[in-house]
Design a protein around this ligand. Structure first.
Ligand SMILES: NC(=O)c1ccc[n+]([C@@H]2O[C@H](COP(=O)([O-])OP(=O)(O)OC[C@H]3O[C@@H](n4cnc5c(N)ncnc54)[C@H](O)[C@@H]3O)[C@@H](O)[C@H]2O)c1
Ligand SMILES: Cc1cc2c(cc1C)N(C[C@H](O)[C@H](O)[C@H](O)COP(=O)(O)O)c1[nH]c(=O)[nH]c(=O)c1N2
Length: 161
């Protein structure tokens, strides 16, 4: 199977869009990720797949903490800024942040933020799978979301029944 066939197929597997952030001895870093899912609720643990060639990889590996900021519909441009190439200071200047209990940046206005400690990681092909235990959660005011599907963003708005 060609890589392009796999990616074309995966473009139909819609996923929430998240900005993953970290801060600590190796400095502040953040990137956009759709490869995020829940593993178990005992203990509360989610996983994130991070490409080892990403410029942010050394910071995430060294800091050992991170925050999963689940994006809302108005964060489409922010997702693009954290989606590669932009210098780190410019990425963070595009949003408003406060520090979570692990010190990782939490995004003001996120649908929800999961402040985590990385408890294990496994290399699979080009990516590391980071298993992250949730230390604290901040729920946003609304349950609106942002989904990446068919290589485009789609806003999810909760409406009254
Ligand atoms: N899991 C990832 O690493 C991942 C996911 C989405 C997008 N991206 C990055 O964003 C760029 C644009 O993505 P797009 O969705 O517009 O078009 P695309 O054709 O590059 O990707 C289509 C789908 O394939 C999957 N995918 C893409 N790159 C991958 C990778 N390196 N490893 C595992 N799965 C991957 C994702 O589900 C993505 O939505 C990609 O070239 C890639 O650099 C990476
Ligand atoms: C919608 C969407 C979704 C994802 C991404 C991009 C976009 C636009 N990227 C790519 C990732 O954000 C990008 O490679 C990083 O910003 C690192 O780029 P630099 O190496 O710092 O330029 C990405 N990378 C990754 O390692 N895991 C992932 O799940 C995703 N998902």
């Amino acid at each position: 199977m060609q890589k392009a066939d796999y990616r074309n197929a995966m473009s139909r597997l819609g996923a929430a869009v998240n900005i993953i952030t970290t801060d600590g001895p190796a400095g502040r870093a953040g990137f956009t990720a759709s490869a995020v899912c829940s593993v178990t609720d005992e203990p509360p643990t989610l996983l994130i797949c991070l490409n080892r060639t990403a410029s942010v990889y050394p910071a995430f590996e060294a800091n050992g903490v991170l925050c999963v900021n689940v994006l809302a519909p108005d964060h489409q441009a922010l997702s693009g800024v954290f989606g590669g190439k932009t210098p780190m200071d410019e990425r963070f200047a595009a949003g408003r942040w406060h520090a979570g209990v692990t010190g990782s940046p939490m995004l003001d206005g996120a649908a929800v933020s999961f402040d985590c400690r990385v408890v294990r990681s496994t290399a699979v092909g080009t990516h590391d799978v980071l298993f992250c235990e949730v230390a604290a959660i901040t729920l946003g005011d609304t349950a609106h979301g942002l989904v990446y599907f068919d290589r485009r963003y789609h806003g999810l708005m909760t409406t009254a029944d």
